[in-house]
Design a protein around this ligand. Structure first.
Ligand code: ADP
Length: 642
């Protein structure tokens, strides 16, 4: 049995040798007295070799010199401060690699003098782990700081622990104004009042409304305004208690965009309904007009009795006025709904002016008015325009100059080139428009007290819309007791037109010659059938076959193979569009020209049926001469020698 003192030393020695920490002693000259195996492992030396060596061999440059200094002056304040404390220093392994070491130094007075004891721990791994944590946390901070969404954390009492910069942008508070405050400050009533009890209730019962779910709520900005936001809340348990993280996103703009989209959709639906309504109205109004104008034309053609013809003219005049009104209202609403697309092309302005003057010559001559055209541009000068609509504008201004003129007055049309424009001036010798009335020009249905003169009050409004769609302008240049000047500015075009489209109108009471032939008329309105029957009765060798149903029309077409099919669109059984499609897809009937005659005169419908293979599209009320023109083209002509 060993003495207890010896045993104590034994135990102590064993403890030192098996310690995980390095333990090294040094005498006052800096020499290593003892080093345990942990020191040897740590530095890569053999323990026995260390004893008697200067301890500086374990210290890398430049710290080794410092060590020499301390040893030389043991009362050095730095050395004094090291003793009894724990600090981080650097060690050097045998292969020369330096590494971080945690060092605690104590001193002991022994019989052999002062001895310093160092306890060492290799903290390489700990340092690496710390660096990794620091890097992760820097990354996390960068993500949170640059996030577009606001990120707020609160503790279980509702106190804000952190808020990223996006929160400042969204709510208008600086993060320092938020930290430590209750999160309800960011909520308007009633959430403001309810939040505390909601949180308490959740903590007690686990009953959740938002946590882990997310929903749309209202936010309260620092300036007192409220706004919609998406909120997602998650919960985390931390050593210091539960933390709730709220991710908030201001969705005002998104909601506005959605609302805008809905409003646009509603407007588009309303527009579609309006178009539908107009198309129906157009049909409903034109159908009776069809009979009125059709039979009036027949009376005018058939009878030479002055009274009958005068009556027929009155009917035609009133009917045409109504038709104009319908057409103009349709055009106007078409423009407003953005449905009326113009096809802009380089158009020779002279030919349009000449055509308009030709068309209005009878009107001018009726009032003894002289129309003069003063062309001061090349005969083939081009303007950017939709030919049909430009003609409509010019006719309207010219007709106004004639209608609102004095008897035997004059209308002068001047066409000149100014820069990149072609300007048209319409000068009349009428009574002029008073300044008060000038302000009302270009407004729908404003007749300016001219009720006795025929008109709709829509011509100028439409003209302005059309000219603007052609990237031009229209205005009243001046007006006084000597007359008025209206000006139209059009954009000059440089390219040549592909093909001038002038349709020459044939005179009305001309002898027409038809060969024998068969016309199938698919139409359910008996007045229209009667009108055509009476019209064609002049040519007994033309057989008119009526069909009042789409289905019977198809059967007759297949068995008879007529020369022409006239097709109404509103039939009691199948729609005219489908009849057309079936006729085109049946090899027996595919080649027969189909002329659609319908009261639905919207441009979309006309284009649609032309695309579907209709040869022509005539609108009701039927212009008998226009119909005869088409028949003349499509029916075989009578061979005069036969
Ligand atoms: P409408 O001729 O069908 O009535 P407009 O829109 O073309 O429709 O013209 C609107 C009104 O402006 C006319 O009713 C008329 O009172 C007046 N007006 C138009 N042009 C002239 C003109 N050259 N001279 C006098 N008044 C005019």
């Amino acid at each position: 049995m060993k003495q207890s003192g010896e045993r104590y030393v034994d135990i102590f020695q064993t403890a030192v040798e098996s310690a995980a920490y390095g333990i090294v002693t040094m005498d006052s000259t800096g020499m290593i007295g003892t080093a345990n195996p942990a020191v040897a492992r740590m530095f890569g030396h053999e323990a026995e070799r260390l004893v008697g060596q200067n301890l500086r061999m374990l210290i890398p440059a430049p710290f080794d010199e410092e060590h020499d200094r301390y040893v030389a002056n043991q009362r050095d304040p730095v050395l004094v401060s090291i003793v009894g404390t724990k600090r981080e220093v650097r060690g050097v392994r045998r292969e020369g690699q330096s590494f971080p070491v945690e060092l605690a130094v104590s001193e002991a007075a022994t019989e052999a003098g002062l001895v310093f004891v160092g306890i060492l721990r290799d903290i390489t791994e700990q340092k690496e782990a710390e660096a990794a944590i620091r890097q992760r946390s820097a990354l996390l901070h960068a993500v949170v700081d640059t996030a577009v969404d606001g990120i707020i954390t609160i503790d279980a009492s509702g106190a804000i622990q952190s808020a990223n910069p996006a929160v400042e942008r969204i709510f208008g508070y600086r993060p320092t104004e938020l930290i430590g405050q209750n999160v309800r400050m960011l909520m308007p009533a009633p959430y403001h009042q309810e939040h505390d009890s909601y949180l308490a209730n959740y903590l007690q019962t686990g009953h959740r409304k938002i946590i882990g779910i997310g929903r749309q709520v209202s936010g309260l900005r620092k300036d007192g305004t409220t706004f919609p936001l998406d909120l997602a809340v998650s919960e985390t348990a931390t050593p210091s208690g539960r933390i709730f993280t709220g991710v908030v996103r201001d969705i005002s703009e998104r909601l506005e965009a959605i609302e805008l989209g809905l409003a646009k959709e509603a407007a588009e639906r309303a527009n579609a309904a309006k178009s539908e309504f107009l198309s129906r109205m157009s049909h409903e109004l034109r159908t009776p007009l069809n009979s009125v104008l059709g039979f009036a034309q027949l009376l005018d053609m058939r009878y030479d009795d002055v009274e009958i013809r005068e009556a027929a003219h009155s009917i035609l005049k009133a009917g045409k006025h109504l038709l104009n009104l319908i057409n103009e209202v349709l055009d106007l609403s078409g423009i407003e709904a953005g449905r009326l697309a113009l096809s802009l092309e380089p158009i020779p302005v002279a030919s349009v002016l000449e055509q308009a003057i030709d068309l209005l010559r009878p009107l001018a001559e009726g009032d003894g008015i002289q129309v003069v055209l003063d062309m001061r541009v090349d005969e083939d000068a081009l303007v950017l325009a939709d030919r049909q609509r430009l003609l409509q504008v010019i006719i309207n201004l010219l007709a106004n100059g004639i209608k609102y003129n004095r008897r035997h007055g004059m209308v002068e049309v001047l066409c000149e080139s100014v820069g990149d424009s072609v300007n048209l001036k319409f000068r009349d010798t009428g009574a002029g428009i008073t300044p008060a009335n000038q302000a009302k020009l270009f407004q729908p249905f404003e007749r300016l007290g001219n009720a006795t003169v025929e008109g709709t009050g829509l011509g100028l409004v439409l003209s302005r819309r059309f000219v603007e769609l052609m990237q031009g302008s229209i205005s009243l240049l001046k007006s006084g007791p000597d007359g008025s000047v209206f000006a139209v500015e059009l954009r000059r075009a440089r390219m040549r037109p592909l093909e001038p489209v002038t349709k020459s109108r044939r005179p009305g009471r001309r002898e027409r010659i038809f060969a024998a032939g068969r016309i199938l008329y698919i139409e359910d309105n008996l007045a229209n059938l009667k009108l055509l029957e009476m019209t064609l009765s002049k040519w007994p060798h033309i057989e008119l076959i009526p069909a009042t149903y789409g289905s019977t029309g198809l059967e007759v077409a297949e068995s008879v193979i007529p020369d022409i099919i006239l097709l109404d669109l509103h039939l009691p059984d199948i729609g005219g569009a489908e009849v057309l499609q079936r006729l085109r897809s049946n090899p027996l009937t595919a080649a027969i020209p189909v002329v659609v005659i319908s009261a639905d005169a919207t441009p979309g419908q006309i284009g649609h049926l032309r695309d579907a293979g209709a040869y022509d599209y005539l609108t009701k009320p039927i212009d008998i001469n226009a119909l005869l023109d088409v028949l003349e083209v499509l029916m075989p002509r009578r061979d005069p020698s036969a």
